[in-house]
Design a protein around this ligand. Structure first.
Ligand code: ADP
Ligand code: F6P
Length: 486
């Protein structure tokens, strides 16, 4: 099937849906996990573009960038173009370079990054395939928006193939300080890859500053504030665009009578404790699940919390399960939860309800509605959309948010109980305070946080990025080097 050239092309490692095998053995589609999909799906819907990405499945035959038997298709009104990855590519590009090299390196080296030359080669090859596919799919002068750490070489590869395109790049995870980034044997290639874009977006100003500084030091280009001047006359801007969610949509969900009823059902099923604490994460070692469960466990052990009065619900969707560090984490958490429940749970009242399931959005909204205290304690996180989703669902201005100061969201949600997840006593203090806070205090904090996220939702985020793209691009060729360049 010949595809019509598109004016907006989203390029991300994953499609918003994964191909899985249904209960009847037939292939079916399921929403993909993670914040990128939550954030970008409404943008694509509003702009009627096409999304190029991997459908998640391990596939054998790769034919010219498209999976054998898998053509571009429409799913719930979205135009999707699948890119196949072979088993070797999944190992080298996805599990290897993306998730065992870049992911830990970009997250403060919370785990030790591994550097393997064959993983790098797979990363280059897969990035090239994404770039070639985007080049084929984009209309003349189209806007191509490339996303996240898995595809940092695509902007440069795409520019070589299609100089007419406007190219944006957004990094959903933190961009590390030079001291850590420098460990990467392919640091220069990554920086040059990103410089193929007209605009490189980061979650926080610190990420943009790290990038510009590295470009100056490692590539030797001239820079001035947030601008990089390339020898070919192009200008690249690096700036912060803190990502958000579709706030109205989450609030609407949370107000639905069936979601309210489901929230009540959840509390009933938990034995109607006085307080419900909630954690929701991909099962990832950056998320600090261990820290929060230990803090909770210690409060129970000390008799400060009674399991019939306060229960912890931890939803942890399995993620990247073939990567060693993720397997280790899963075993560690299984042991920790087993120990706390074994020592302190009672028949019908486990201290921690630990769930690996992936839920539809309505169920997520019901969980957020059911929780008195949301506990978000990553050791490092680009943004953390779960924190924003919780706030969006608390339309009565009730509920408490405990939030790691190392999550991007902490820069906006200042009225949360901000914690350092490495400081267990500090996390325990925050849990105590949040559980005992009076209604007035909760309402004051929640009202302000709700105002903040309403003023900067996903539509505003996309608009600001796309408007900035127009400005940067129209300045091309006209930009003069400032006299006092640094
Ligand atoms: P990350 O992108 O690192 O996974 P975020 O907190 O930014 O972290 O985004 C996670 C997204 O995945 C949120 O939109 C959240 O609602 C969704 N999510 C997390 N766990 C589940 C689950 N068990 N079922 C369905 N959606 C989930
Ligand atoms: O932004 C974080 C992110 O890595 C996205 O790029 C990704 O889609 C999501 O988390 C989930 O991870 P994965 O695609 O590896 O399952």
């Amino acid at each position: 099937m010949a595809s019509v050239p598109a004016d907006l092309v989203i390029v991300a490692n994953r499609l918003p849906v994964d191909r899985i095998t249904g209960p009847d053995g037939e292939p079916m589609w399921r929403a993909s996990p993670g914040g990128l999909v939550t954030a970008i799906e409404p943008v694509l819907r509003a702009n009627r573009g096409v999304w190029i990405g991997w459908p998640g499945a391990v596939t054998g035959a790769v034919t010219g960038g498209s999976e054998a038997g898998m053509e571009p298709f429409e799913h719930e009104g979205l135009q999707l173009d699948p890119i196949a990855l072979s088993a070797e590519e999944i190992e080298g590009f996805y599990e290897g370079f993306s998730n065992a090299t870049l992911w830990p390196l970009y997250h403060d080296v919370v785990a030790k990054p591994e550097f393997h030359r064959e993983w790098w080669e797979a990363y280059v090859a897969v990035n090239r395939r994404f770039a070639e596919h985007a080049a084929d799919r984009a209309a003349k002068n189209a806007m191509v928006w490339v996303h996240d750490y898995q595809l940092q070489l695509v902007p440069q590869m795409l520019r070589e193939l299609r100089p007419d395109l406007r190219i944006g790049f957004f990094l959903h995870i933190p961009f590390p300080p030079a001291e850590l980034f420098q460990q990467l044997p392919w640091r220069r290639q990554i920086l040059e890859g990103l410089l193929g874009a007209d605009l490189v977006g980061f979650q926080l100003p610190g990420g943009a500053q790290n990038f510009v500084r590295l470009v100056r030091q490692r590539v030797g280009h001239k820079t001035h504030r947030d601008l990089v001047y390339l020898p070919d006359g192009r200008t690249v801007r690096a700036a912060a665009f803190p990502i958000s969610i579709d706030v109205d949509n989450f609030e609407e969900l949370a107000r639905k009578p069936e979601v309210i009823a489901r929230a009540k059902e959840i509390r009933d099923a938990l034995g109607n404790p006085r307080k419900v604490l909630l954690g929701v994460d991909r099962l990832d070692y950056t998320k600090g699940i261990h820290a929060r469960l230990r803090a909770f466990g210690e409060l129970v052990a000390a008799g400060e919390l009674d399991v019939e009065e306060a229960v912890f619900v931890q939803v942890a969707t399995p993620s990247r399960e073939r990567v060693e560090q993720y397997r280790v984490l899963r075993d560690d958490l299984d042991r920790l939860v087993g120990r706390i429940n074994g020592d302190y749970g009672r028949i019908g009242s486990p201290a921690i309800s630990y769930l690996h399931a992936s839920y539809p959005r309505e169920e997520m909204a019901a969980l957020y509605r059911a929780a008195d205290v949301m506990v978000v304690t990553p050791y490092r996180d680009g943004m953390n959309l779960v924190a924003k989703e919780y706030v969006a669902c608390r339309y009565n201005d009730d509920g408490a948010l405990i939030l790691s100061e190392f999550a991007g969201a902490a820069y906006e949600l200042r009225q949360a109980w901000l914690v350092n997840p490495y400081d267990l006593n500090g996390v325990k203090d925050a849990i105590r305070e949040a559980l005992h806070a009076d209604e007035k205090d909760l309402a004051r904090r929640m009202r302000t946080m709700r105002k903040t996220i309403k003023a900067a939702d996903i539509t505003a985020w996309a608009r600001s990025f796309l408007e900035e793209m127009d400005i940067v691009r129209s300045a091309h060729g006209k930009a003069l080097l400032p006299a006092d360049k640094t």
